[in-house]
Design a protein around this ligand. Structure first.
Ligand code: NAD
Length: 256
């Protein structure tokens, strides 16, 4: 039987790379994301790797939408083995100017949706006696940077939630882990380069060199493939004792 994975935010960036890596291994993929060409992306991956795919554009700010997304996935594929909570947004600003609506959306999408989705999938994973929940947190779940109050709060929260789910899932072969990347060059970061340039009053090149990669010992963006490989490892049957942990893929940032 081919296993099924749902990856939130998988029509872009890191999520798409994870979807491709799982498709290569024969997983059935529930794509999700707001990109207008999402249908085409899902279809293309399904045809290339000869796996069953479906797609949803559920709004992760709505708990009802998230519950429907999980129910829809189980309805289409008959089961759901791996949940990758990946979707996320970013906004960078000094706290005194940080719009409340941006704060609320970051907490909503980056943290609350992880809770809603994990809660909604829990009974199915218990029944299966198998579940792998993989949360894409960030090095900002382990360390702070100025001007990222909402993002750092949400990503730290996800790591706390990861530990609780690991404890609650242990009797049922449900594991939960977090992956904490440093900077990865995706549309999310392209947007940040512009925002950071404004906040720090720098050029885009200066932001990459002096702000983004400053804290990484390895002066390279982390590749999406490295993150996808880690997710694949955590999803394996043999990874049943790897749980409650955060894996920093951050070029040595958090080693300091
Ligand atoms: P991205 O912008 O390329 O993709 C984000 C995805 O989330 C998109 O598919 C988008 O449609 C979806 N999304 C956003 N808001 C949504 C909403 N309200 N409802 C439903 N879907 C929504 O970003 P990425 O860089 O690939 O980031 C993926 C994850 O990795 C995020 O959680 C991010 O915080 C984390 N991360 C990224 C980096 C980095 O440097 N890019 C570093 C560490 C952690």
């Amino acid at each position: 039987m081919n296993k099924t994975v749902l990856i939130t935010g998988s029509t872009s960036g890191i999520g798409l790379a994870i979807a491709i890596q799982f498709a290569k291994e024969g997983y059935q993929i529930m794509f999700h994301g707001l990109e207008p060409n999402g249908q085409d992306i899902a279809k293309e991956v399904g045809e290339r790797y000869k796996v069953k795919v479906a797609i949803s554009n559920a709004n992760l700010l709505s708990s009802e939408d998230v519950e429907n997304l999980i129910a829809q996935t189980i309805g289409i594929f008959g089961h759901l083995h791996v949940l990758v909570n990946n979707a996320g947004i970013q906004y960078v600003s000094p706290i005194e100017d940080f719009p409340n609506s941006k704060y609320e959306n970051i907490i909503g999408i980056n943290m609350n949706a992880v809770f809603y989705a994990s809660k909604a999938v829990w009974n199915q994973m218990k029944r299966q006696q198998f579940g792998r929940i993989i949360n894409i947190s960030s090095v900002h779940g382990l360390r702070a940077s100025e001007f990222k109050s909402a993002y750092v709060a949400a990503k730290h929260g996800v790591i706390g939630l990861t530990k609780v789910l690991a404890l609650e899932g242990a009797p049922f072969n449900i594991t939960c882990n977090a992956i904490c990347p440093g900077y990865v060059k995706t549309p999310l970061v392209e947007g940040q380069i512009i925002d950071q340039a404004k906040a720090h009053k720098m050029t885009k090149e200066e932001v990459i060199e002096k702000v983004m990669l400053k804290k990484q010992a390895v002066k390279q963006f982390v590749s999406v493939e490295a993150i996808a490989d880690m997710a694949l490892l955590l999803a394996k049957d043999t990874s049943s004792t790897i749980t409650g942990t955060s894996f920093a893929l951050d070029g040595g940032w958090s080693a300091q």
